[in-house]
Design a protein around this ligand. Structure first.
Ligand SMILES: [Fe+2]
Ligand SMILES: [Fe+2]
Length: 151
């Protein structure tokens, strides 16, 4: 058990609300997405957000989670190219990409304020997964002609 400072608690409450938002978004967007592959991607990323929420709640309860036992990212496989890129699906992707980018940056800021090394590690693990979520969405968009990467 660890005793959290007020500042640590405040930062964790903030992350908790971010994770709740992410769980909600991925769940809603997996229903809205037209491409079945994108539905599946959002569903699996949403499951990881649920795990993040559980971890943040554990830390808020004074438990230090074991980072090593957490699951591996399942969704970084390359997707197949489809000719029909759907604007509505692209909008969902762009919105989640912006969300991931923002949430990842808040973890980066929060990490610097924690006394406990293992809590830092747990938060770092979550932040790494947020970056991987961004990568998975980025890859999906690129493979489906939704993302302009200019040389
Ligand atoms: Fe998350
Ligand atoms: Fe995420």
């Amino acid at each position: 058990m660890v005793n959290l400072t007020q500042k640590e608690r405040y930062l964790l409450e903030d992350e908790k609300s971010h994770e709740e938002l992410c769980v909600k978004k991925y769940s809603n967007y997996s229903q809205q997405a037209k491409d079945p592959q994108l539905k599946q991607l959002f569903k699996s990323l949403g499951q990881q957000e649920q795990q993040h929420l559980t971890t943040v709640n554990q830390i808020l309860n004074g438990q230090v989670p074991n980072t090593n036992s957490q699951q591996q990212n399942p969704q970084n496989q390359n997707t197949t190219k489809s000719n029909m890129s759907n604007q509505a699906d692209a909008d969902l992707c762009n919105d989640l990409l912006a969300t991931e980018k923002y949430v990842s940056s808040t973890y980066n800021t929060a990490i610097f304020e924690f006394k406990d090394t293992n809590i830092r590690k747990a938060l770092n693990h979550i932040q790494k997964e947020e970056q991987e979520h961004g990568e998975a969405i980025f890859n999906y968009m690129q493979n489906n002609g939704m993302y302009n990467t200019q040389q």
